[in-house]
Ligand binder design. Structure first.
Ligand code: AMP
Ligand code: ZN
Length: 113
């Protein structure tokens, strides 16, 4: 298995498991870009939102539920936060396992770079 996020799911690579359930896992980004920077992933490997199939939508919804939960747990609801899923080379995706960045704790600029 050469996918690093699958290795994190399997416990073969270290990560602080901030939240997990049967379908999803949240852990801190190794290179945080904001005071709060978490990643939320499906435990089952999916390359990106561009390659989801009909069987994956329930797990996508579960991931967004986990995004809401971990952001709320960190008190980000009031000030707000940003959720990003980079897709493919133009999207800036570097790990080809579907994930959502949850960024908060500072003012986010727009448009993104
Ligand atoms: P992306 O560039 O959107 O594909 O996001 C991949 C993210 O994974 C980057 O922000 C990396 O810092 C992060 N990352 C890579 N390896 C690890 C790891 N072992 N543990 C936690 N985060 C990681
Ligand atoms: Zn994977």
């Amino acid at each position: 298995m050469d996918c690093i996020f699958c290795q994190i799911v399997a416990g073969e690579l270290p990560a602080e498991r901030l939240y997990e359930d049967d379908d999803t896992l949240a852990f801190p980004d190794l290179r945080p870009r904001a005071p709060h920077h978490l990643l939320v992933i499906p435990k089952r490997h999916v390359d990106s939102l561009a390659s989801t199939n009909d069987d994956d939508w329930a797990v996508v919804a579960a991931c967004l539920h986990t995004v809401q939960r971990v952001a709320r747990d960190r008190g980000l609801d009031t000030a707000g936060y940003r959720v990003v899923s980079n897709i493919g080379s133009d999207g800036g995706q570097t790990v080809n396992h579907l994930h959502w960045h949850v960024l908060g704790g500072r003012l986010m600029t727009w448009p993104p770079g």
